[in-house]
Design a protein around this ligand. Structure first.
Ligand code: SF4
Ligand code: SF4
Length: 440
């Protein structure tokens, strides 16, 4: 039984929103981009170009017939110089299309999609290459095309941005507010959703004020700002749905089955722009921060730019980094090299020095119960750790380890510095493998 608590727990993980006031800077075109063919959860694309081909900004360079996927477009104009298979940031293998930029940024001729029906909207969403830009990387056109479309009554635009350090969504809310409203209106129209909420943590009061003003001026009666307490992990999809609607969404349950669709705020803004211009997803706003970065910034850059080039635009490394994260410190992933290219769903690159990155030594559990108390879903991190250490798959399953969303709150509060969320991740992998083996 989950969600027993009257109010979902959240933690004060520290905000460190150092770049919140920094206007987005547009990065000059790098010499080369490396465009991953695996930019979404689901099937990777197959390259549609070959070495030597000339491309423009927006040229379709990868696609697939597989259901769960979206196409990839070139983010620069130039020449395809290689198609290589490399190890990606997650440790798996990935195909990259390397494009040497000519610096001209010549664009394809884009035209706004003609949308007269819900299938037109879904088709356009797929063609745009949009995935969940808050980090989820789920193909948006699949999310917006649920089997029970008729039951959808609520759109939640997720502007919580609860992860420490990251401010790219905040900048979207300040610099592209009208795009957000246009995207939300179109989404609500084609979902036939009666209610739309822009959910924003209350540490972004200027964004809340901005939307309240625009919504009042434009008399958008069905769209509302929903302020959230600034606590981690209010922006996690299942937590957010509960906060806004009071509906409980367990792991494995589609929000659509509760009549809700959640869209990241930057995804929503992109859709507003795309419907107006037809320009596909080729660039991304990221927060680049961490104590190893000389000049932390919010940066708009071509997708496929390497981390190294992006950090060079921020003055380079202040000092040798010990850890580089794609994403935030709570749910982001460490990468093994700064030659890894930025993908659509990246919203931050954080580089930390040895002093910041070093993990404190783990000590024995003192049974204080703080991990359980911190969990938004009332889960039992210590029981998962015990079951994982004794390789007890049945116990992991019985204790519902699959409900864990790996938010890291339990690890964060643990005075013994136990890597509880990581053990949960490994425990989940163990259950999945056992299930796979059972199906063979
Ligand atoms: S990582 Fe999992 S167990 Fe730990 S607090 Fe988050 S949801 Fe709960
Ligand atoms: S927070 Fe850490 S020390 Fe406290 S019960 Fe959980 S694992 Fe043990």
């Amino acid at each position: 039984m989950l969600f027993r608590k009257k109010h979902l727990t959240s933690i004060d993980a520290g905000h460190y929103k150092n770049t919140a006031d920094k206007q987005t800077e547009v990065m000059p075109v790098p010499a080369m981009v490396k465009l991953s063919m695996s930019q979404n959860i689901g099937a990777p694309c197959k390259p549609l170009v070959k070495k030597g081909d000339a491309v423009k900004v927006g040229t379709l360079i990868g696609d697939t017939d597989a259901f769960l996927s979206v196409p990839v477009h070139s983010s620069v104009s130039g020449t395809v110089t290689d198609i290589e298979t490399v190890r990606n940031a997650m440790g798996g293998m990935d195909t990259l299309v390397d494009i040497t930029a000519d610096g001209l940024q010549t664009e394809e001729e884009f035209t706004a999609p003609v949308i007269e029906s819900q299938p037109d909207f879904i088709k356009a969403m797929r063609a745009s290459g949009l995935v969940g830009l808050g980090g989820a990387s789920f193909p948006s056109w699949v999310k917006f095309n649920p089997k029970n479309l008729i039951d959808i009554d609520t759109l939640i635009v997720n502007g919580a941005e609860c992860e420490p350090y990251i401010t790219s969504d905040h900048r979207t809310m300040l610099e592209n507010a009208q795009d957000v409203l246009d995207g939300a209106e179109a989404m609500m129209k084609w979902l036939q959703a009666e209610n739309g909420y822009i959910a924003i943590e209350n540490n972004k009061q200027n964004a809340i004020d901005n939307f309240n003003r625009l919504i009042a001026e434009q008399k958008l009666k069905n769209l509302h700002v929903f302020p959230l307490q600034a606590r981690y992990p209010k922006g996690a999809e299942r937590v957010l749905i509960y906060e806004v609607t009071g509906k409980q969404c367990d792991a494995g349950v589609l929000p659509a089955s509760l009549g809700v669709i959640v869209s990241n705020i930057t995804s929503t803004a992109f859709m507003g722009q795309y419907l107006r211009t037809g320009r596909p997803l080729v660039e991304k706003r990221l927060t680049i921060d961490g104590d190893a970065v000389a000049e932390p910034k919010n940066v708009m850059l071509p997708i496929g730019t390497t981390i190294h080039d992006a950090i060079a635009f921020c003055g380079g490394y202040r000092t040798e980094p010990r850890k580089i994260l794609m994403g935030g410190p709570m749910m982001g992933r460490a990468v093994f090299s700064d030659e890894v290219p930025i993908v659509k769903a990246n919203n931050a690159i954080l580089a930390f020095t040895k002093e910041k990155a070093e993990l404190p030594e783990e000590t024995a559990c003192i049974h204080c119960g703080r991990c359980h108390e911190a969990c938004p879903f009332d889960l039992l991190p210590t029981a998962y750790a015990d079951a994982y250490e004794s390789k007890d798959v049945n116990a992991l399953r019985d204790l519902q380890v699959m409900q864990c969303m790996e938010c890291g709150s339990c690890s964060y509060v643990c005075p013994a510095h136990r890597p509880l969320a990581f053990m949960n991740k490994l425990g989940k992998a163990m259950v999945k493998e056992a299930d796979r083996n059972a199906r063979k």
